[in-house]
Design a protein around this ligand. Structure first.
Ligand code: 0A1
Ligand code: ZN
Length: 883
């Protein structure tokens, strides 16, 4: 591999910075390819560091124009400037001012890190290490400074000029067509939270009165003409602000909160202080353009970025190893927000489905790493589902273990103790230990040990002694760099369900108390003996998914059917049906590979029928119950020697069985919910649509003409994007003239709207047919597609690589070839995007031998390519590493 291989950064090497920065005054004069940046830094030696220290500032691709110290130009022999660093070997060992002038080229910045252009808009992305692409700086999160930013630009090019904080001055520059704005952010912040924007933007405005009575101006800036698509984002923002006051006592702290939506963005959004920058996909919505899922993502991401104002900005991370300190905690907070705004049960099911689909897969493969990694070569590769979603699960376990009051006390202590600081995971967890009086030493293993714990639980009923014994054992499989593990603390919410469907009172034989329905397994194995049990109960374990583990329990199909109907925990009711379906699908896959017919399971059909019949379940919950495990879910469960074609065949067989045996209730529900009501994105209405469309999908199982006509009708009559897309998706399942006609019609209707064209691209990329690869390749030449725009690339090629199991894993290897060719084409322009795309191949080892060899060969071709970015080099090296 020929990357410019720097040594990995290690947590154990952390040292406090030698120099601190009190204030940063930036003067940025925007111009398309030569933006001049003057930075004036007030530096001082860090009393915590060993003096005397040289001054070493980070840079990335910078051109130095001028440098002076305390107003005097610095002679060339006193410093060394390269594109990637600025070193002053013998700076004065006292506070001084350093003035740095650099030139940057936003138009040539295709990496979308630092200062770049999205269309004609100037914008920045500084997390994790983008600020060093604007000016030389100690670009690390534990250097927190107060920023004042002056931006100057052509009035006609960039009438709107924004930066962090409050606007303190603005005006025109004498003699010409330029103007300026000065922004001051009084809160010390790390450089990764810096942002500026310049361009021709329209905005919508609202106000929010905080809990202490301060008025805050809220603005969302978008491309002119898109103002009417900002309503839901604005509404979500206000609800998030109120919720953070009520749930966590957190109030907003500046006079203005701004969001800017841009079309070119590597991630979802960014929490820059007072000036969030968003991928426009997560702001713009109207009934005609956005699905219910889009609305839900907008609500969650607007809230997530807003919540960072406290968890991330006011208290930031000491170093990038602590990324989960802000991300895991903030995901936990946005999940809680969504649970309070919508249905808690459904939110939990969706979050767990997502966790298993992405994080469990990451944890089981070569890219597995702890929630707090201990080393990295490229930090951008650690914005992972393990850091985010497993990080959130770890915070959730603290809440489960401590209970809601002590958890809140711990959070309050964290805010009080660390406000204004750059903190660590140890400091965070210590707040919960101090607030509760509990020893959380063993709990810290959740941050340190990678891999998903596996628990085997065996229940034994003894009628004579009227006891029920639960034997539990935990193991944690080896993961890269971690061959052996210590036992974890695993909080399992549980119940023993009696034959009347109610939970039995539980009492342990040794008299030990059971707090909040919880058993906590903290040893390799333990036995729990319950007394006073008259009849054989059905165990319901890991209720609410209280711990992110894989669980195997000795319950049979009939017991699962019973839990599906009676468990008082809605998550485990869903889980019971899901387990039934999964067992069947795994066995069917094996049967199909042996040339035998797929299995049938009357218990599953009976459970589904009972759920469909039940009138008191919320529609969105029912939609989740009848949504079958995905092909990727099944592959994950099979875990080795996977044949994606057999998996698809097993799933299609089950769909056919369900269509055949349950068409009556499915049609009844579909028709009941098809009655026209004006579109509203609220959770109840969205839940009804979700159920209706889940029925529509299952009714396509046999692909008969009645089903096709039903989907076609819905496609034509739909007055909202959710129903239109669901119908198109149903039509996409069978190769028919209706499908072609609908796809053509869809493009004609929405050709001018890139975010909708993305849906059209994704849908075609996910069709599980051999013709798809050539269609996807042809679409890369479509005028609506561009390799330079991350949303387009993810919509077409990302969807192909991640949502199309059979075609990305074609037995002839052409799917892998296409993915790696694309990765290599994108890498020189946008390494972050290329690396993410490549990580779709990380599960290659679970495949059957032919595909495994082809995928490995494709990865090797990447590894051998000349001049890989650090991002792609790191992913491919870890993906191929043995053991
Ligand atoms: N902090 C953001 C995510 C983010 C991370 C990196 C980025 O650029 C490389 C952009 C955004 C969040 O959690 O939303
Ligand atoms: Zn975040």
């Amino acid at each position: 591999m020929r990357t410019d291989e720097p040594r990995p950064v290690r947590l154990q090497d952390y040292r406090p910075p030698d120099w601190l920065v009190d204030t940063v005054e930036l003067d940025v004069s925007l111009a398309p390819s030569a933006t001049r940046v003057r930075a004036s830094l007030l530096l001082k030696p860090n009393p915590q560091a060993a003096a005397p220290a040289p001054l070493l500032l980070d840079g990335d691709d910078l051109t130095l124009v001028a440098l002076s110290l305390d107003g005097e130009p610095l002679a060339p022999e006193h410093y060394v400037a390269t594109p990637n660093s600025l070193t002053i070997a013998q700076p004065p060992q006292r506070p001084f001012r350093l003035d740095i002038e650099t030139l940057v080229d936003p138009s040539a910045n295709t990496q979308l890190s630092g200062l770049y252009r999205s269309g004609k808009t100037y914008c920045t992305q500084c997390e994790a290490e983008g600020f060093r692409r604007i000016t030389y700086f100690p670009d690390r999160p534990d250097v927190m400074a107060v920023y004042t930013t002056r931006i100057e630009a052509d009035i006609t090019d960039a009438p709107v000029l924004l930066a962090n904080g409050n606007l303190v001055d603005s005006g025109t520059v004498p003699g010409g067509n330029r103007h300026f704005a000065v922004w001051h952010d009084p809160f010390p912040k790390p450089s990764y939270l810096f942002a500026l924007v310049g361009g021709t933007l329209a905005f919508v405005e609202d106000r929010f009165r905080t809990m202490s009575g301060r008025d805050v101006t809220l603005r969302i800036y978008v491309e002119p003409g898109k103002e009417d698509r900002c309503g839901y984002a604005m509404d979500s923002l206000k609800r998030a602000m109120r919720w953070d006051e009520q749930a966590f006592g957190r109030e907003y702290d500046l006079d203005v909160f701004m969001i800017v939506a841009v079309s070119d963005f590597n991630m979802g959004a960014m929490e820059n202080k007072g000036l969030n920058i968003f991928n426009d996909k997560y702001i713009l919505a109207s009934a005609e353009t956005a699905t219910d899922t889009d609305y839900a993502s907008i609500e969650a991401i607007v809230a997530h970025e807003y919540f960072h104002n406290w968890t991330g900005n006011r208290i930031t991370c000491r170093d990038w190893f602590q990324l989960c300190l802000k991300e895991g905690l903030t995901v936990f907070r946005d999940q809680e927000f969504t649970s309070d705004q919508r249905s808690r049960a459904v939110e939990r099911i969706k979050d767990v489905r997502g966790l298993r689909a992405t994080q469990f897969v990451e944890d089981a493969g070569p890219l597995a790493h702890p929630v707090r990694p201990t080393q990295y070569r490229e930090i951008n590769n650690f914005y992972t589902t393990t850091v985010y979603e497993k990080g959130a699960e770890v915070v959730r376990m603290l809440q489960v273990l401590l209970g809601p009051q002590q958890f809140r006390a711990g959070m309050d202590l964290y805010f009080a103790r660390h406000d204004g600081e750059a903190a660590t995971i140890e400091q965070f967890v210590q707040c919960f230990a101090d607030a509760s009086g509990r020893d959380l030493t063993q709990f810290m293993l959740w941050y340190a040990q990678s891999g998903t714990p596996e628990i085997v639980a065996t229940g034994t009923f003894d009628a004579r002694s009227k006891t029920y014994r639960l034997d539990m054992a935990q193991t944690l499989p080896p993961t890269p760099g971690q061959p052996t593990k210590e036992p974890m603390v695993i909080p399992l919410a549980f119940g023993l369900v009696g034959s009347d469907g109610r939970d039995l009172p539980v009492r342990l034989a040794d008299g030990a108390p059971i707090e909040r329905g919880l058993i906590t397994l903290d040893k390799p194995a333990a036995t729990y003996l319950f007394t006073g049990i008259e009849n054989r109960p059905v165990p319901s374990l890991n209720r609410g998914f209280s711990a992110p583990v894989r669980l195997t329990v000795n319950v049979g199909e009939e017991e699962l059917r019973f839990l599906a109907i009676h468990d008082c925990d809605p998550f485990n009711r869903w889980q019971a049906v899901h387990t039934l379906a999964m067992r069947l699908l795994v066995e069917s896959t094996t049967a199909i590979r042996r040339g035998e017919p797929p299995r049938e399971d009357p218990a599953l059909v009976a459970a589904l029928a009972a759920v469909l019949k039940s009138r008191d379940l919320e529609p969105d919950f029912v939609a989740q119950v009848i949504a079958l495990p995905s092909e990727a879910d099944i592959a994950r469960e099979i875990a080795s020697n996977v044949d994606p074609d057999a998996v698809l065949a097993a799933r299609q067989a089950l769909r056919r069985t369900i269509t055949a045996s349950l068409s009556e209730p499915l049609i009844t529900i579909f028709e009941r919910l098809s009655s026209p009501e004006p579109y509203s994105p609220d959770a109840d209405a969205a839940g009804r649509r979700a159920l209706k469309n889940a029925c529509l999908d299952l009714l396509m199982g046999t692909g008969d003409s009645v089903a096709v006509a039903r989907a076609r009708r819905q496609y034509e009559r739909a007055d909202n994007m959710t129903d239109r897309m669901a119908a198109l998706q149903a039509l996409a399942l069978c190769d028919s003239a209706e499908r072609t006609a609908a796809l053509d019609d869809f493009y004609r209707r929405y050709a001018g709207d890139p975010l909708i064209v993305d849906k059209w691209l994704s849908l075609q990329a996910a069709i599980p047919e051999p013709a798809t690869l050539d269609r996807v390749k042809a679409l890369t030449a479509h005028p609506a597609f561009s390799m330079a725009n991350p949303n387009r690339v993810r919509a077409l090629i990302g969807a192909f690589a991640t949502s199309n199991q059979t075609q990305s894993n074609r037995a002839d290897g052409r799917g892998y070839d296409f993915i790696v060719e694309t990765v290599l084409a994108i890498d020189p322009k946008n390494p972050q995007l290329a690396a993410r795309l490549l990580s779709a191949l990380k599960s290659w080892r679970v495949l059957e031998p032919t595909r495994r060899a082809l995928a490995q060969a494709a990865l090797r071709r990447v590894a051998e390519a000349p001049s890989l970015s650090r991002d792609v080099g790191d992913i491919v090296e870890r993906a191929l590493a043995e053991g």
